[in-house]
Design a protein around this ligand. Structure first.
Ligand code: F6P
Length: 325
């Protein structure tokens, strides 16, 4: 019989759910089992950590989840984890549970919660998972590809009716204060204009001018994608209609964009990230974040990852103007 101590790890999903989180949970549970670890699933993100709401995750309990959107472990936005008292309480629960590592899949705020725990002696490994792609440390966050595909398909459908009525359609997509989702949805959906928070000077007058120009070039309908961080899509559609006299309609995709079966790309990234996180624990690594750099998966020191900044690359935005000619 082996005298080696059996490692215990916990996994939780936090912030907004992202398609692919289930594939990451599955990878953690199965890689943990492969290494003879005890794997605990922590319910409802940090809320479940605070209330010690945990379940052992055996490999068969994560069967048939790789293709499902959402998260088996549920998720929550936990206000208490933003307070020092909450962080101390959560760290204490992790210690009482005897966790050798806590794997946290979520967005920037979730990984900052993990960072706070790391300062209190908990070993944490972060997995970037958010449809917003708004984390400077990594080229990819789990859920982004599925969300773009959902947005693009919605735009395809809106395009059919917009073309038939020769209307102007304004489609608002999620993304919090980042414009990545809007930009990618706009490019892949063939939009004439994309309004993103990173490009503040793009105002209504410019969109009006663009539509007038488009009409003169023979375009009978227009598709404008607006990022959530810019907002006001209903007001914009009303203004376009009153200024231009062209029938205009707004559609806010909202949470529709966060659900659905994860694409192959999201399942792949999530599986690698989950596997990599547990392998890091096996090697005795502490306080890391999984990242994608130059197209390859890697681990980065968590503090370093959360200190990263990235200047906004305007080249894709510039390209839209050319492609919409
Ligand atoms: O972070 C993911 C995201 O879907 C953002 O795009 C959006 O701003 C936010 O979450 C919505 O959060 P909630 O579901 O809590 O309303």
């Amino acid at each position: 019989m082996s005298t080696e101590k059996q490692l215990k790890i916990g996994v939780l999903t936090s912030s907004g759910d992202a398609p692919g989180m289930n594939a990451a949970i599955r990878a953690v549970a199965r890689t943990g089992a492969y290494h003879n670890m005890k794997v605990y699933g922590i319910m409802r993100g940090y809320e479940g950590l605070l209330s010690a709401e945990i379940e052992e995750l055996e490999p068969r309990e994560v069967s048939n989840i790789i293709f499902r959107g959402g998260t088996l472990l549920l998720t929550a936005r936990c206000e208490e984890m933003k307070t020092v008292e909450g962080q101390e309480r959560a760290a204490n629960v992790a210690k009482v549970l005897g966790l050798d590592a806590l794997i946290v899949a979520g967005g920037d705020g979730s990984l900052r919660g993990a960072q706070a725990l790391s300062k209190l002696g908990v070993n944490v490994i972060g997995i970037p998972a958010t449809i917003d792609l708004d984390m400077a440390c990594t080229e990819y966050t789990i859920g982004f590809d599925t969300a773009i595909n959902t947005g693009m398909e919605a735009i395809n459908r809106i395009r059919d009716t917009s073309t038939s009525h020769e209307r102007c359609s304004v489609v608002e997509v999620m993304g919090r204060s980042a414009g990545h989702l809007a930009l990618w949805c706009g490019i892949t959906g063939g939009a004439e204009e994309v309004m993103i928070p990173e490009y503040k000077e793009l105002n209504t007058e410019r969109v009006v001018q663009q539509i007038i120009e488009n009409r003169s070039k023979g375009k009978r309908h227009n598709l404008i994608v607006v990022a959530e961080g810019v907002g006001g899509s209903v007001a914009l559609a009303q203004e376009l209609q009153s200024v231009l006299g062209i029938q205009s309609r707004a559609t806010v995709l909202g949470h529709l964009q966060r659900g659905g079966a994860p694409t192959a790309l999201d399942r792949m990234h999530a599986s690698v990230m989950g596997y990599m996180a547990v392998e890091a624990v096996v090697r005795g690594e502490r306080n890391k974040a999984g990242i994608v750099k130059d197209g390859r998966h890697a681990l980065m020191d968590l503090d370093e990852a959360l200190a990263c900044t990235k200047p906004y690359d305007h080249s894709l935005y510039e390209m839209i103007k050319v492609l919409a000619i």
